[in-house]
Design a protein around this ligand. Structure first.
Ligand code: SPQ
Length: 428
């Protein structure tokens, strides 16, 4: 249990830790490349450590010391059949990207994870992989973990993905690298493009055409060094905290602002937040900047359509932000929230309403009426890191303390979160 009390003000700066999505990909692509890949500012969160341990089980030599990682890849063909099941812990990204990779490896493997992973749909990845000729099975007709894969020969496909999901797209592209001919994935809206960007850094030729991405099979990855930008999904918690806690000014350093991830910046600007973006620069094909947020007068807005994949993981904390805005905020087309670490619509509605918010859950989002003062109470992360951090930020503005159950879930993506929050409360 973690107790959070009202903050008088939040002041200071935080160096945002490495991006989770990019850290996973750097390890995976380093593991299947030829040569040594050095990763700096790697996120040593539980999810990315699961990715490292899965590749170690397949014989890849990886040294990790905090945020520095060295991966000694010997190419895709050097991966060895694991003798035990590959445990991804809580990480959907590890699970789904590995499905694509393992579908083309000539051995048997079984992927499993924690209770939350066992509830998340994996058939969104096995359906296209089966079309490519893979042999995959799992619980409930191949829908849920554990998933077993007997890798083999794959054919390239052209796949229209019914969901805008970077995990689905990345899994198919990883399989596509091992398939005969071309593989194309077309999405309804553009999802995060870190796989495409990093494939290019590792020497893979990627063709991007509107909402479609293609690769040709048989390409080898060449090792490269990766500097991971700070995670905008982690920065989001302090962006919201800075906007809603009185008398605050927070600067977040080294934040990745890749357009496919920066919906939170657009939403803050549209709601009227006092946000400044400085020092824009490019690091390894990814745009990075420093962001300064000050306490803001906010107005409710509607968030929908192509914006949703650009801020899907930020929606829980955006819901909190909206409770402090004047007027109504409507979130639509976000049904994907129901299949994350928790059903994030139910989790947000239940916990924030318990603290005094006025939020109605809908089939594909939420309707949030503001402005509502919040009060203390006992709430739980339900084992979901993003719900845990959102509730810890809520505790900074509640009258009365918030007792947060299962705070340890936050280690999945932001192990230093409470230290950084403490630092900002102390004004340092
Ligand atoms: O890895 P996991 O558990 O799926 O993590 C989450 C998160 O909140 O950290 C989702 F629950 O992020 C996903 C994100 O929602 C990470 C991700 C990626 O790295 O490719 C893509 C998104 O998921 P999806 O299903 O839209 O592809």
């Amino acid at each position: 249990m973690e107790t959070i009390t009202k903050a008088q003000s939040l002041q200071g700066s935080v160096i945002i830790p490495g991006d989770k999505s990019i850290s996973h990909r750097a390890v995976m692509f380093g593991a299947i490349a030829k040569g040594t890949t050095r990763i700096t500012n790697f996120l040593p969160g539980a999810d990315c450590l699961s990715t490292i341990s899965c590749f170690k089980q397949m014989g890849v030599h990886i040294e990790q010391d905090g945020a520095s990682v060295v991966v000694k890849g010997k190419g895709m063909d050097a991966l060895q059949e694991p003798t035990e099941l590959l445990n991804v812990g809580n990480s959907g990204t590890t699970f789904r990207l590995m499905m694509g990779l393992l579908a083309g490896r000539p051995f048997h493997s079984v992927l499993a994870g924690d209770e939350s992973i066992a509830k998340r749909p994996m058939n969104r990845v096995s359906i296209p992989l089966l079309q490519m000729g893979a042999t995959i099975d799992g619980r409930n007709n191949g829908t849920f973990a554990p998933i077993s894969i007997r890798g083999g020969n794959l054919n390239g496909i052209s796949y229209d993905s019914p969901v805008a999901s970077a995990q689905v797209k990345s899994a198919i592209l990883l399989a596509g690298l091992q398939a005969t001919g071309n593989t194309t994935v077309t999405e309804t809206h553009r999802s995060r493009n870190h796989t495409e960007n990093m494939f290019e850094s590792f020497g893979v030729n990627v063709i991007r055409d509107g909402l479609s991405v293609s690769v040709t099979g048989g390409q080898e990855l060449k090792a490269t060094n990766v500097e991971v930008p700070g995670d905008i999904s982690s920065a989001a918690f302090f962006l919201v905290a800075g906007a809603i806690v009185p008398d605050s000014t927070i600067t977040l350093l080294n934040v990745g602002i890749n357009h496919t991830r920066s919906g939170i910046v657009d939403v803050l600007e549209q709601m009227g937040a006092d946000l400044t973006i400085q020092n824009k620069r490019i690091v390894n094909q990814e745009e990075v900047a420093d962001l300064t947020i000050k306490t803001s007068e906010l107005t409710g807005i509607t968030i929908e359509g192509e914006m949703i994949p650009r801020l899907i993981d930020e929606l829980p904390v955006i819901a909190l932000l909206a409770t402090q805005a004047q007027g109504t905020t409507v979130i639509k087309n976000a049904e994907e929230l129901k299949v994350k670490e928790t059903n994030r619509i139910d989790a947000v509605v239940h916990a924030l309403n318990k603290l005094g918010a006025s939020i109605e859950g809908t089939g594909d989002g939420m309707i949030i009426k503001g402005h509502t003062p919040l009060h203390g109470g006992e709430v739980s992360s339900l084992g979901d890191h993003r719900i845990g951090m959102m509730l810890a930020v809520a505790g900074c503005i509640t009258d009365g303390k918030v007792n947060l159950k299962l705070p340890e879930a936050i280690r999945v993506s932001y192990p230093d979160f409470f230290d950084h929050l403490k630092q900002l409360r102390a004004g340092s």
